[in-house]
Each structure stands twice: as C-alpha cells, then as structure tokens.
Design a protein around this ligand. Structure first.
Ligand code: 13P
Length: 251
C-alpha cells in the first residue's frame, strides 16, 4: 500500500509573512484529509517559520533544493542537515527548472539525493522530458537516462527515502496536463526501471508523483491511475483553497 503524497512546490513565491498566512489558512482545510501525506515547499527563508506554524498538524515541510556537502566553504549552499534543522522532512531535488536554469545534471541530482538520504530526509527526485523530446519520441529514453543517473548506486533501503516526481516539462505552468493515460504510461515505465535498479518489492513500494498543471479538476483522474501515487503541484498550491481541494482528491 503506497500512501499518496500531495506536495506543493511554491517555487520563488511568497514572503515569510505570506507563507505563514498560507499555512495558517491551509491547516484547518486539510485537517480531515486522511491517508495522504500533505507537503509544502516554501523558499528557504520561510522554512523555519512555516515549520513552527505546522508543528502538530498533518502538513509536512519540504525544501526546494539542497547541496551534497555537510558543511564547508560553499558560499550560498544549504546542507541537508540544515534543512532538517529548519524542520524539513523532505527536499525536492532536480526539478526541471533547476536542470534548465541552474546547470543541474543527473550527476548532481544523484549526489544531492544520496546526501539528503544520509541526512534522514525524503528526497523528491524530479524527472521529465521536454516538448521537443516528446515530439521526437525520446520520452522513454530521456526518462531512462534521468532515472538511472539520478538514482544510481542507491541501496534497497535508500529507496525507502525516495519519492519520484514525473514532471513533463511541457506540462509545467502551461495549463497542458498530460492525459491520464500519458502520465500512467510513463509512471509504469519508471516503476519498471526501479525494479531493474533495485528489485520488484522496492518498485512496488516507491511513490511516483505526477507534476504539471495539476488542478482540483484534474487530480481525481490522474490519481485513479494505478501507478500515480500523488502530485507535485506548482501554481495551484499557492492558494490554500485550491491546494486543499487537491489534497482532498479521495473524499
Ligand atoms: P504547475 O503545477 O504550475 O504546472 O507546476 C508544476 C511544478 O513544476 C511542480 O514542481
């Protein structure tokens, strides 16, 4: 049984005050949501304050990135253990925006993932093809390269701290969601890849989230697919009401 995860990636939005106000509004709206992990990922500067507000609630905290070293002369970076210190249980790694604008590669994603696991965080590892790659029938080869590179060298136990997010780049922020079938096809493929990298029981247990224009009105269809175990939500996670409606997909 895979517990679904509904995670909100707030990207570069919200001041500390706005982030705190959002989770104050969100908490009562989702307090009755059962059998689902609800996660929000504010900017670094808001993590600690948001952590205080969501303590003793069913809303959990993620960061949007981390570095792979624990400490040292690495100006501007944030180590996984500092994210734990700020109250995070999760960290998003390798989001397509980081791959596209900040030079993130499968190798850096792999290092960050291992460091996050070592620090006791759940790593939400993102993969996804661009529009050009989909249109030239490279979706499966791109996903295979990203998954095998990003998750290389993980033990079966490590996979217990990995959540995979499939986010087709062409569906992010565009309003064009992958169809239920398109998403399911890639999720099933990713699960097979995990079975090859680890084993079938690991593959059966790993949560695979879909991301890309998830909204209250399309989440049910996506979540009804056998290999879709949750959503990584951008735009619709910024408002308490729409994010709560997504988190309540099963009610
Ligand atoms: P949107 O939901 O705004 O398309 O963003 C998806 C995303 O990038 C979540 O990480």
């Amino acid at each position: 049984m895979r517990i679904p995860v509904i995670a909100g990636n707030w990207k570069l939005f919200k001041t500390i005050g706005e982030a705190v106000a959002m989770v104050r509004e969100l908490k009562p709206l989702v307090e009755k949501c059962e059998d689902v992990e609800i996660v929000v990922a504010p900017v670094f500067t808001a993590l600690s304050r948001v952590s205080d507000v969501i303590a003793c609630s069913n809303v959990k905290l993620a960061a949007q990135d981390c570095y792979w070293e624990e400490e040292g002369a690495f100006t501007g970076e944030v180590a996984p253990k500092l994210l734990k210190d700020a109250g995070c249980g999760y960290v998003i790694i390798g989001h397509s925006e980081r791959r596209q604008y900040f030079g993130e590669t499968d190798l850096t994603v792999n290092r960050k993932t291992k460091a996050a696991i070592a620090a006791g965080l759940q790593a939400i590892v993102c993969v996804g093809e661009s529009l050009a790659e989909r249109e030239s029938d490279q979706t499966f080869s791109v996903i295979e390269t990203q998954i095998t590179g990003s998750l290389a060298g993980l033990s079966a136990a490590d996979f217990g701290q990995v959540i995979i997010a499939y986010e087709p780049v062409w569906a992010i922020g565009t309003g064009k969601t992958a169809s239920d079938d398109q998403a399911q096809e890639v999720h099933a493929f990713i699960r097979q890849l995990v079975a090859k990298l680890a084993d079938q029981s690991v593959a059966d247990a790993v949560r695979i989230l879909y991301g890309g224009s998830v909204k209250p009105d399309n989440v049910k269809g996506l979540m009804s697919q056998p290999d879709i175990d949750g959503a990584l939500v951008g735009g619709a996670s910024l408002k308490a009401e729409s994010f709560a409606a997504i988190a309540a997909f099963n009610s």
